[in-house]
Design a protein around this ligand. Structure first.
Ligand code: AOF
Ligand code: ZN
Length: 360
């Protein structure tokens, strides 16, 4: 059984209203209730962990009388568990909904299986309607469920000879404005932007995502890892989002804490010690290297020790893109163990002329 044209249109609308909800611990979900004649009676969406699910939000707008014999169109399989809220599958059954059309299966071991519960109760259930669009919408949330941690992009800028700074530590600017604008777009697509204390002390980065002189509407949470104190007047302390500080060096624990805060995608901005630690720990899903046609020489390498003693141990990557950015080149690559690209911003940025900090 497949969805009708009216149900298909309702799913398109449900996907739109799902976006009104926040990225976070829970997926963005939308729901539309249709009358037996196919009219839209109500809509609902999920506003974040601890608040009613999309289906319950939509159901709450209608009377028992209005709900009888209706069809629910939902972007995710109605849940089957009692978490922070009750099971939506049962709420739909109890409301007298006779047909449910949903896009994607809920991947949760406990929350999944709502379709089976509803079918067992005699509800007509159709799955897979606009599954690709629903999957794209909550791609990052699904990745967190699969990986058990946020996705990690490790980014650095380097000279042609693999240096991230000159011998005196100066590194602004290795790459040109087009490459730097691309970095800002990618920052704006992340939930958190992470640096080590060494970078805070050396570069005093603002860690904002900027579009020219303006801030992008979405700002990633700045995160500083390392034992050294961040100075009271550090630029990161003036970030629009309150920074998170982790003194510990167990990166898996840091990522677990970020996941528990609803962070799905993190962008590691340096420096070489922190980037190397994520790579050495096998915690990098994607590597972004901005290569500038400049030679620096000397000791300040883009990476330090990543645990490769012999060439046979080298971390061989799969390249998803070689992308020219002005006079520079962006290489987007991932370890061979990572099956698919996690890149959120495939499109090249427009030429921008702003100065920016935090990357060289
Ligand atoms: C739905 N509709 O709108 C959402 C669902 O702790 P809870 O009760 O908020 O449950 C969270 C889980 O429920 C989440 O991990 C995911 O599996 C599912 N999300 N399910 O039926 C919704 N947001
Ligand atoms: Zn639910």
């Amino acid at each position: 059984m497949t969805a009708t044209a009216v149900e298909r249109a309702a799913m398109t609308h449900a996907l739109e209203i799902a976006r009104r909800g926040p990225r976070g611990l829970n997926p963005q979900v939308g729901a539309v209730i249709l009358s037996p004649a196919g009219d839209v009676l109500a809509e609902g969406w999920h506003r974040g962990a601890g608040t009613p699910h999309a289906e319950v939000d939509a159901l709450s707008k209608l009377t028992a009388e209005q709900l009888r014999g209706t069809t629910a169109v939902v972007t995710l399989e109605p849940c089957n568990h009692t978490g922070r809220t009750g099971p939506c599958a049962q709420a739909l059954i109890d409301a007298g909904v006779v047909r449910v059309v949903y896009a994607l299966d809920d991947p949760g071991a406990v929350s999944g299986g709502g379709a089976g519960r509803m079918r067992a109760a005699g509800v007509d259930v159709v799955s897979g309607e606009q599954a690709a669009a629903a999957q794209a919408l909550i791609h990052d949330w699904l990745m967190v469920q699969r990986l058990g941690r946020p996705q990690v992009t490790v980014k650095w800028a380097q000279s042609l000879d693999g240096r991230a700074a000159a011998a005196d530590g100066s590194s602004q600017w290795i790459t040109g404005p087009t490459a730097r604008a691309d970095v800002h777009q990618r920052r704006a697509a992340a939930d958190a932007i992470v640096v080590g204390t060494g970078t805070v002390l050396a570069d005093d980065p603002a860690l904002t995502a900027r579009d020219g002189d303006a801030l992008f509407a979405h700002q990633p949470v700045p995160v500083v890892i390392g034992a050294r104190e961040t100075p009271a007047d550090a630029a990161v302390r003036r970030h629009p989002r309150e920074p998170l500080f982790y003194a510990e060096h167990d990166l898996a624990e840091v990522l677990a804490d970020l996941r528990d805060r609803g962070i799905q995608r993190v962008f590691i901005e340096g420096g070489p010690t922190l980037a190397s630690a994520f790579l050495a720990a096998g915690l990098a899903d994607e590597v972004l290297t901005y290569v500038a046609p400049v030679l620096i020489g000397g000791p300040k390498l883009a990476l330090t020790d990543i645990g490769v003693a012999s060439i046979g141990d080298a971390a061989r990557l799969v390249v998803d893109a070689w992308q020219p950015l002005g006079v520079d080149m962006l290489v987007i690559a991932r370890p061979t163990s990572i099956a698919t690209s996690t890149s959120a911003v495939p499109a090249p940025a427009d030429e921008k002329t702003s100065r920016n900090e935090g990357e060289a």
